[in-house]
Design a protein around this ligand. Structure first.
Ligand code: DC
Length: 228
């Protein structure tokens, strides 16, 4: 422990990690770090240059030119900056989700982003969400949570979010993207998605957002003894 608390929340795409993590960070006074947004920023940079996101040599070649920073607006929301440009909205496009998953399987990309994540955790009480936070990035986190839900439940939720944002898509397309990312994220060689042995399992397939949130808050209070 470095004087700061760390809570690691890992799980597959669309399990509600970011919504729940953001709320919990606010409730308990932690800095929320969405690490998926960092991988998305690398994916966006590669996509914009027309690079094949599976091509490790080509993606590695652009990394030194990328100045990736996180910031927070007045509402405490994380913003992503790529070479000074606010790309927080651009990184959410469905094609960038796929590129993010592709580049995240490249060891060079993971190594490039590891220290940035650890430094943030050394300097703040963090609630960090991602795929490998409890297993690789912060193996000594005071609390690890593995948040999951069935692929169908996740696709249903993601579809609603995308439609609400005006993105035209279908349940089948969203489910296919989720299954593609689940497979790739959990089968890659470097830092695959998996539950850390000491992570608390929270499955939200059959419960709604408010109930999931209450469950997460209760788990944090019980395990860390904070926010009583
Ligand atoms: O959480 P998200 O869907 O925004 O993440 C985008 C992609 O980034 C996801 O497909 C897997 C990858 N990722 C990762 O490999 N490791 C992390 N810690 C966070 C995200």
């Amino acid at each position: 422990m470095n004087g700061h608390y760390a809570i690691a929340i890992d799980g597959p795409s669309g399990a509600g990690k970011s919504t729940l993590a953001r709320r919990a960070a606010k409730e308990f006074g932690f800095l929320y770090v969405d690490t998926g947004a960092i991988y998305r920023t690398v994916g966006l940079a590669a996509h914009r240059r027309g690079i094949d996101c599976h091509d490790e040599a080509a993606v590695s070649a652009i990394l030194p030119a990328l100045d990736i920073r996180m910031g927070y607006n007045d509402a405490g929301e994380q913003r992503m900056y790529l070479n000074g440009e606010d790309v927080s909205a651009a990184i959410r496009a469905p094609e960038i989700s796929i590129c993010a998953s592709d580049v995240s399987s490249l060891p060079a990309v993971r190594a490039f982003l590891l220290e940035m994540q650890r430094k943030t955790a050394r300097e703040n009480d963090v609630l960090m969400d991602g795929r490998d936070i409890g297993t690789v990035v912060l193996p000594d986190a005071e609390l690890k949570i593995y948040l999951t839900a069935s692929a169908e439940a996740r696709a249903e939720r993601r579809l609603k979010e995308l439609l609400a944002k005006g993105v035209e898509t279908s349940f089948e397309d969203v489910l296919r993207d989720i299954e593609y990312r689940d497979y790739q994220d959990s089968h890659r060689e470097t830092a695959p998605l998996r539950r850390a042995e000491d992570a608390v399992l929270l499955d939200t397939s059959d419960i709604g957002l408010e109930e999931s949130c209450a469950l997460l808050f209760r788990t944090i209070r019980e395990k860390l003894g904070v926010g009583e």
